[in-house]
Ligand binder design. Structure first.
Ligand SMILES: O=C(O)CCCOc1c(F)cc(-c2c(C(=O)NCc3ccc(C(=O)O)cc3)noc2-c2cc(Cl)c(O)cc2O)cc1F
Length: 379
């Protein structure tokens, strides 16, 4: 394997070239078919050595459009350099031979290096938002919100592609023999709900010494399956549920006096014709309607990092990005996450997932004139 070192100008030119290609959204069905019928390591390599730089370049071009104050905070510069390095490494395979076993092995290793390099991007960007708030207050908030939603969605999609290749063809084993990469074709929703609740409850009891019980209600009008299942990525579903349970547990415990009997959390799981809906209902006192959107705002939610927060900070509180990121996971395969609250009583949170795999297409940000206009600062 020979890698030619490229100058910063050469890399910038290649980023521009690759950013002119549109990312290709894959459906859940396509992921499944590729992993079980049509795909080989060679065809996966030949797809990824183009698609990954295209997805990286599209979001790198958006990052370069950010207004100066956003672009120049140290943490954002660091993340930008990680992207440039990873982009350069992948385009190094542009003319490699997909039939050569060394090439395939080096490519798989490179993907793992890239995945590890980008492991702390969320925390680093949260640090960048805090640096920005300290320096410039809440300017450019709308631009930041627009960019981060697209940036984190792009990151979810790139990690999905890398994980599929690594699990299907790398040395890393899938979690379960039934799984196709990180996808479970029969993801048992009830089990993921119970798992997320148990772990959130453990944190809640560790801090508050109490936690509300869980009541589960299932409805299946789609098929006559005993256990409600869906073709989905269990780790994505777990991430969403764990976040929502943490919020509900915290709200309920904080809404009632110590030693009160706490009202149960009620979770409805319903598999319908098009949607699988998971509804979490709590009596946590609710939030005013006007403040719901703030929960999804990165600038508003950026709390001091748990390590430096005062010792009294609840372990249920993170960087505050849990909810916006959970909604991006839901939307990534055309689903959604909606929070509806009754001020003074409680909150219902809904996770909507597409039941039909051919409707569950990746939702990807595309860099074009429309998106570029979003970054044009007012004159
Ligand atoms: O730090 C993190 O990562 C977690 C960040 C997030 O932390 C929160 C949290 F877990 C729970 C709540 C909360 C409250 C509350 O706190 N009610 C009291 C208050 C009353 C008035 C106002 C107001 O006037 O603005 C605000 C709160 N009521 O319902 C919810 C609630 C929110 C969501 Cl998204 C959910 O899925 C379930 C819930 O029960 C708010 C959070 F923000």
């Amino acid at each position: 394997m020979k890698f030619t070192v490229k100058s910063a100008q050469q890399v910038a030119r290649m980023v521009d070239v690759y950013s002119h290609y549109c990312p290709q959204p894959l459906s859940m069905q396509r992921f499944i078919d590729f992993g079980t019928k049509t795909g080989t390591e060679q065809s996966s390599f030949e797809f990824l050595r183009r698609e990954l730089p295209v997805r990286l370049a599209n979001i790198m071009m958006e990052m370069n459009q950010l207004p100066e104050p956003l672009l120049n905070v140290p943490s954002v510069t660091m993340v930008s350099n990680w992207y440039k390095k990873s982009f350069t490494e992948i385009i190094g395979f542009e003319n490699s031979d997909g039939k050569d076993l060394d090439t395939l092995s080096t490519f798989a290793d490179t993907l793992v290096v890239i995945r590890n390099r980008h492991a702390n991007v969320v925390e680093t960007m949260a640090q960048g938002v805090m640096e920005l708030k300290d320096r410039y207050g809440e300017e450019n908030m709308d631009t930041l919100q627009y960019f981060l939603n697209r940036f984190f969605t792009s990151r979810i999609s790139i990690r999905m592609l890398i994980n599929q290749h690594a699990l299907l063809y790398g040395s890393q084993l899938a979690n379960h023999p039934r799984h196709i990469g990180c996808i479970d074709p029969k993801c048992n929703v009830l089990e993921v709900v119970k798992d997320a609740y148990a772990n959130a409850r453990f944190l809640c009891e560790q801090y508050y010494l109490t936690a509300p019980e869980l009541e589960l209600i299932t409805h299946n009008t789609h098929d006559n399956e005993e256990d409600i299942s869906i073709v989905y990525v269990p780790s994505h579903l777990y991430h969403m549920l764990f976040e929502l349970f943490k919020n509900s547990l915290r709200a309920v415990v904080e809404n009632f006096p110590v030693d009160s009997t706490l009202p149960k959390l009620k979770v409805h799981i319903c598999k319908g014709k098009e949607d699988l809906t998971i509804k979490l209902c709590d009596q946590g006192g609710g939030i005013p309607y006007n403040n719901i959107n703030k929960l999804f705002e990165y600038m508003y939610s950026t709390a001091p990092s748990p390590s430096c927060a005062d010792s009294g900070s609840a372990p249920l509180a993170g960087y505050g990005y849990g909810l916006p990121l959970s909604r991006l996971y839901a939307q990534y395969f055309q689903g959604d996450l909606v929070v509806s609250s009754v001020d003074g009583f409680g909150t219902d949170a809904y996770i909507y997932l597409k039941v039909l795999s051919n409707e569950a297409n990746e939702c990807l940000p595309i860099y074009n004139k429309t998106s570029a206009r979003m970054y044009e600062t007012d004159v």
